[in-house]
Structure formats: C-alpha cells, structure tokens
Write a protein that binds this ligand. Structure first.
Ligand code: SF4
Length: 438
C-alpha cells in the first residue's frame, strides 16, 4: 500500500476539455489511498498458467502479494518474492548476482515455467536495480525454453490495476515481428485485450462464433507461449478500462482499437459486441439473434437487484479505474443515483463512449485528495460507498455501507452471464445491512 504526500491541492472544472460537456468533470491532487500494481499478480498468475511472477522487492511486498493471493494448496505457487535485504541495500552483496542466483534456483526446480516475469517494486526502483538489463542477461541464459520479461508493479504514482497494464505492455513489446501480410492471408482478425476469467472468455467466444466471427483471439491467453499476432489486419476491443500503455503499444504495431463501452452489464456488453459486428460488417439480424438470449438472461438477473438498488445513492472513491463503466451500469440499468464518481485518471479516448452514457451533471473527480473527498462523502450521505480496503473499515465504523473496489477486479463481472453477479456485488452489502437492522 502507499500513500502520497500532497503536492498540489486544487479543484477545477474541466468539463469543456473532456468532450463530455454534459458532465461535471473536476480534478484534485493530494494524498491518495491506493494499492500498488503488485496486486495485479493475483489475477494474472491465475490466467497465465505457465508463467511465474518473481517480485524483486521487500518483505512488505511479499506480505502484500501473499496475503492478497492466499496460499495455493494443491499446486506449486506461480509467484514469489526475491527479497532485497540489508546486504543488497548496503552494497555488500551485488543485487544482480543475488537475483541471478535466485532465478537459477527457481528455474532449475520448476520446469513448468515458460515465462518468467521479473516484477519491479518500490525498493528495487529506489536502489535503481535495472530489471530490463537483468531480463536481457537472463534471456541469454534461458531463452528459448524460458522467456524472461520485466515490468514495474511499484506503488510509486500508480494504482493497483496498472500492474496488469504494465505486464501486458511488456508482452506486446517483446512480440516477434509478425510474418508478412502475404503469409497471414491479409485476413482481418479481432483481438480481445484484458485479463478475463476463463469462464467469461468461453462465453464470449461462443457469442462471437454465433455472430460468425471465428478469427478471435484473447490476450493474455491461458498459455504464455501462444502469443497474439498483431499487425495492420488486427482490430482490438478492450475488455478492461485500465490498459492505456498496452493499447498504445498494440496500436504502434498497426492495429486499430474499436471504440466501445466496456462489457459490463447488459447494455455495455451489447454495445461492445455491436462494435465488433460493425467492424466486420455483420448483419444486424445475425447480431441480434446471437445476443438475444444472453441479453434476456442478463436483464432478468439484473432486475432482481433493481428492487433494492433503485434510487439509492452511491459514492465512488478512486481506486480500480473501473469506476466510470460501473457508474454507467449502476445508473442506467439499476437506477442508482451517482453522488460522486472518483477516478484515478481519465483516458479521454478509451472512456469517450462511457462518458456519453452517464447522466447529465454527473460529478466526476479525477485524482484524489482523500481528506476533502471524505468530507464530501460525509456530506453526500450515500447509501453505498465503493472504496479501497484502507478506507472501508473507517467508513463502516462511521455507519457507511461499503463495497471493496478490489473485489470488482477479482470477481468475473464481464459479459451477459455475469451481469446479475455484478449487480449483486452492490446489492449484497445493502441487503446484509437491512437484515442486521431488522
Ligand atoms: S511495491 Fe511499494 S507499495 Fe507495493 S508493497 Fe512493495 S513497497 Fe509497498
């Protein structure tokens, strides 16, 4: 966890710059309460099943990952920490030699590892341990066989979902040049970008098939060796709203992003599939036929939670970067009132379709000054507060009902068949509170 000392504290309206003139978009800077990017290892290691994440950090980093990820009882862990200790910090030991020794030990014992991520942390950045050079050096020794990549999960100026962005960006950067366009048949392909639970990926793949789309790949895949082909014939849809660097690097390889809302809730998921259908000239009747039954299921599942959530006030503290798509879903499909939508930062292009769908005058606060935001939260008296773990307990003690934002990243929430579960994540705390009060 980290907390940044205030540098500037100001609030200014920037609705005219955002291109979403119907909204009240402001910015503030100050102390932030967020988790660091190491957290991403928890869902990344579950998805990429032949990869290992080696954090190069302190005991604090080890505790963070271990306590958040839990213990793998039936399988060998696919994450660990090479601890930077006093000997490394004082220069008695050469941190690079120590790292090579740990990696050699690990790879000798674990033949199942095909990709090793060296994950930087605050301590490794403070002692200026160059993990990109370490990865190059170790690749000479182990590749082919094991690919060694590196990225930063440091909490210095990052939010916890940026760990996934940095990880995926490092994979894109390491992709070999694509075969010539002649070799790939110049056929247009769709790439879905962002870590999705396997069950969600399978459901989406079935819908794409019903739409007649067979050239669809998911990135990251379950296997680190099946790398996506990215070139001018690739179009891509983002499945997660926090992948700015990854998207930039994919675009640099000639691929084109399809603008769409994110696949959260019935409406967002429909529009997301529609963006693919438009790009591949799929007839509306075929699209409608493919979406009809899953959309009906989603709407039925959502309606059960609307009874409890409609007209309730919700307040978002900035944390996961999922806040804007979630706010859109909760206001449009569940009738919740948005008192304030805090976001770590807004990617204006990736969020354009989402911002258009938000109700007029929605207050969006980009950045954070936690003290001021806590004051506004108290004034707004929301029925439900979405926030990080560090704020949840103090807010509960003051009588607020909270939802941990990190749960929204750990739980499969994308797509039609998860829309009811997503609504339930918000209705459950209110339901529990009403039960206790009864
Ligand atoms: S990377 Fe930084 S913020 Fe994250 S656990 Fe390690 S020391 Fe703490």
């Amino acid at each position: 966890m980290n907390s940044v000392i205030p540098i500037v504290s100001h609030t200014r309206s920037s609705s005219t710059q955002s291109g979403a003139a119907h909204l009240d978009i402001r910015q503030e800077r100050g102390q932030r309460e967020v988790f660091c990017g190491l957290t991403g290892i928890i869902w990344l290691h579950r998805k990429i099943q032949d990869a290992f994440f080696l954090v190069v950090g302190s005991r604090t980093c080890a505790h963070l990952v271990q306590s958040a990820a839990g213990v793998m009882i039936f399988a060998e862990p696919r994450f660990g920490t090479a601890i930077i200790d006093d000997r490394d910090l004082s220069g008695i030991a050469d941190a690079n030699d120590e790292l090579d020794r740990v990696v050699n030990q690990l790879l000798k014992r674990r033949k199942d590892i095909k990709t090793l991520f060296l994950v930087g942390s605050c301590p490794s950045e403070v002692i200026k341990l160059d993990l990109s050079r370490a990865a190059q050096r170790l690749n000479i020794q182990f590749n082919p066989g094991v690919r060694v990549l590196n990225y930063s999960g440091s909490g210095i100026e990052t939010t916890f979902t940026q760990g996934e962005d940095a990880c995926l960006a490092s994979i894109v950067e390491s992709l070999p040049p694509p075969p010539s366009l002649q070799a790939t048949g110049q056929k247009k392909r769709l790439l879905i970008v962002g870590t999705l639970a396997d069950v969600v990926e399978d459901q989406m793949q079935r819908i794409f098939k019903d739409m007649g789309l067979t050239e669809v790949e998911f990135f990251p895949g379950r296997n680190s060796q099946s790398l996506p082909l990215i070139d001018e014939n690739t179009v891509f849809l983002l499945a997660q709203p926090f992948l700015a660097d990854t998207a930039k690097r994919i675009e640099a390889k000639g691929a084109q992003r399809l603008p769409a809302p994110f696949p959260l809730g019935s409406e967002g998921t429909s529009e997301w599939f529609k963006a693919a259908a438009l790009s591949f000239n799929i007839e509306e009747t075929i699209l409608e036929k493919a979406l009809f039954a899953p959309r009906q299921r989603a709407q039925t599942a959502i309606s059960k939670h609307k009874v409890l959530l409609e007209n309730r006030k919700i307040f978002f503290f900035p944390d996961s970067q999922l806040e804007i798509p979630l706010a859109r879903f909760l206001s449009r499909e569940l009738g919740m009132q948005l008192t304030e939508v805090g976001v770590p930062y807004i990617h204006r292009q990736h969020m354009a379709q989402e911002l258009e769908l938000l109700p007029a005058q929605t207050l969006i606060m980009e950045g954070q000054h936690v003290e001021q935001q806590l004051d506004r939260c108290e004034q707004a008296k929301p029925d439900l507060v979405v926030c990080g773990l560090g704020l949840a307990n103090p807010l509960e003690a003051k009588g607020f009902t909270t939802k941990w934002s990190i749960e929204l990243v750990f739980t499969p929430i994308q797509g039609f068949d998860q829309a009811g579960d997503l609504a339930e994540l918000f209705s459950r705390p209110l339901f529990r509170k009403e039960k206790i009060a009864a």
